[in-house]
Design a protein around this ligand. Structure first.
Ligand SMILES: Cc1ncc(COP(=O)(O)O)c(C=O)c1O
Length: 402
């Protein structure tokens, strides 16, 4: 078949194969054209609200820098205090640790940046955390800026629609923790976060029509609930005298929804920049697959089956086939139900019109977000269909924040 008449999927496979020819496999790469296109599309959906980049989803300093150079993005949502300290050392500013910690060593690692007056935040949702952080801050001679995490889930009879994180749901809950912060030394309440995981991270265009419609209806109801509570809590905390400067909400799957809540001053997102496979299944947007990995075909155990080296880079969350990487190019390959993606080897069914030789690459997309860069030490960066750079992932930089 001549190149001009080749099926688009074969042309895409051939183009990637050519771009990565001669490289050692397995490898992971990010297509910068698509990464930038995704960033721009997320900015449009945010419609003017700044987006704080969720570092857990990217786990690559160079790509965090790249997106933060865009005017629509501001600040990092870090996933551990140790990571935040490393990012501050690397020159990042406005770093919010979005998940509570009272680990003394990690929290103390933030003190030098705080003494320099840099913008750092720690998350709380419990008076015990406030007390522990206050004691550490007092001893270190710093004032710790705290954010309050407000639960965004919707509780219905027989259904908890959302995640289990913060116990703070009502104005009363929030004021109680706010009061503890107000009374404690060396801490102040400067921000509020309320992440609607069940709207932002739950696919609602999976092709199972009844389920998709039910999820979309629940999302609509859930948004009204969280927006009302977020607004009331923010107003009450401000009325109590807390200098709440920022209110964060949302994620990749909810940018256009969360930004409609008038109490929200900034959004958060990360996954949509790589657009891993689970983010194909949202009704309101479609991002371009920007990150992928290539495995070499190393064996051909039977007609119609090839086996690749590597592959078991499984996403977090409730275990299920949707958390496995998906064969991407050439189009038509599938995992074997009984084996999935293996720790060292991944067999694939190959359709009759695809021929793969030993040594050929198979391209996969990871399912969710951060798992790719926990497996690879480097990312090749492509632009205009060619490799233009190579950068370390967190793992390649020796960064492992558990
Ligand atoms: C607190 C918080 N905000 C926002 C997000 C959204 O991140 P992403 O866009 O990478 O899904 C997450 C992801 O889990 C999160 O935990």
């Amino acid at each position: 078949m001549s190149r001009r008449t080749a099926r688009p999927s074969l042309a895409a496979y051939d183009a990637l194969k050519r771009a990565l020819a001669g490289r050692r496999l397995p490898l992971a790469f990010v297509d910068l054209d698509r990464f930038d296109e995704n960033a721009a599309s997320m900015e449009r959906r945010a419609a003017g609200l700044p987006i704080r980049v969720a570092s857990k989803s990217l786990r690559c300093v160079a790509l965090l820098r790249r997106v933060l150079a865009r005017p629509g993005w501001a600040g990092v949502m870090a996933y551990s205090a140790a990571e935040a300290a490393a990012l501050l050392d690397a020159g990042f500013d406005d770093v919010l640790v979005a998940y509570p910690t009272v680990d003394a060593q990690d929290v103390r690692a933030l003190f030098p940046a705080l003494r320099e007056g840099r913008d750092v935040g720690l998350m709380v949702d419990d008076v015990a955390q406030v007390e522990a952080l206050s004691a550490l801050a007092r001893e270190g001679g710093v004032t710790l800026p705290l954010w309050l995490d407000v639960d965004a889930s919707l509780s219905l009879p027989g259904l908890h629609f959302g995640v289990r994180r913060s116990p703070i749901r009502s104005v009363g809950d929030a004021r109680r923790v706010g009061e503890a912060i107000g009374q404690a030394d060396a801490v102040e309440l400067v921000g509020l976060m309320s992440y609607e995981a069940q709207i932002a991270g739950l696919p609602d265009a999976t092709g199972r029509r009844a389920l998709d419609l039910a999820i979309r209806a629940l999302k609509t109801r859930s948004f009204s609930d969280v927006a009302a509570r977020r607004g009331a809590i923010t107003a009450a905390l401000r009325a109590d005298g807390h200098p709440l400067r920022r209110v964060n909400g949302g994620g990749t799957g909810s940018l256009e929804t969360t930004r409609r809540d008038p109490s929200v001053t900034e959004l958060a997102a990360g996954s949509g920049l790589y657009a891993p496979a689970l983010f194909d299944e949202f009704a309101s947007f479609r991002n371009a697959p920007a990150a992928a990995f290539a495995l070499p075909v190393t064996r051909r155990p039977a007609p119609g089956i090839v086996t690749c080296h590597g592959g078991g880079y499984v996403a977090s969350g409730a275990a299920g086939p949707d958390k496995l990487p998906r064969p991407w190019l050439p189009v038509g390959l599938s995992l074997l139900a009984r084996e999935g993606a293996g720790e060292v080897q991944t067999p694939l069914e190959v359709p009759p019109d695809v021929t793969l030789a030993i040594g050929d690459p198979v391209f996969f997309r990871h399912a969710k977000a951060g798992e790719l860069c926990e497996r690879f030490t480097r990312l090749l960066l492509l632009r205009g269909g060619e490799v233009v750079d190579e950068v370390p992932t967190y793992r390649g930089a020796g960064w492992c924040f558990v």
